[in-house]
Design a protein. Sequence first.
Length: 258
Amino acid sequence: MTLSHDLAGQGPSTVVLLHSGVCDRRMWDGQFSALAEAGHRVVRCDLRGFGESLIDAPHTHADDVRDLLDHLGVDSAAVVGSSFGGRVALEFAVRNPDRVSALALLASAVPGMQPSDDLRAWGAREDVLLEAGDIDGAVELNVDTWLGPEADDAARARVREMQRRAFDIQLTVPDEFSPIHPEVTREDLARIEAPALVVVGGHDVPDFRAIGDDLTSLLPAARRVDLDWAGHLPALERPDETARLLVDFLAETSAPTP
């Protein structure tokens, strides 16, 4: 299947936006047009199981992204990933190193992530709510956890809507259609040569701040930016500031692509 997606801009360089695991491609509303106006061809997509991309078979998210770029005739792109989307971006870069011109990783997860005891306990609370059929309660748990203090009511409403949509899709999917995560080692990540922007939120949960530390030292061409105001989803918490951050980074790193 081809992932549901939007296109904007006619620039010579392509930027792909990969959403977090509590959102879908709508999370990039505050950056989508700004990146196009800055001279990029911009692609934002719903990964399978989110937004308008349903789950119809076993799948690997990074390969779905590759197939989308093939469909669009894009040989190389800068890849921007938020949280889970950052993990997919890293997996894509490992599997397709010649197709990534730059990486921007916002509060990124990583392949093989081992959660802390606190994050495991959070996941257990979510599981209890879902098993009890309290989908609204699970949604609110995610909204309260992943948005930082700068998030306004509109941002909270948008995450609430996107997370509910993800639950509605994913909770009805047979186990045999679960995503297949490629094996990616630390050595694989250390071989990613593309320029990388590692963005860390000062109010994010400790697991993701630690990942930011690790990626900054592990990726050979990494540059770290700490946002003291941000929680886990800066693209929704301060959309304009996040757009400027991405535009400036890509101005430094992007080269024309077919």
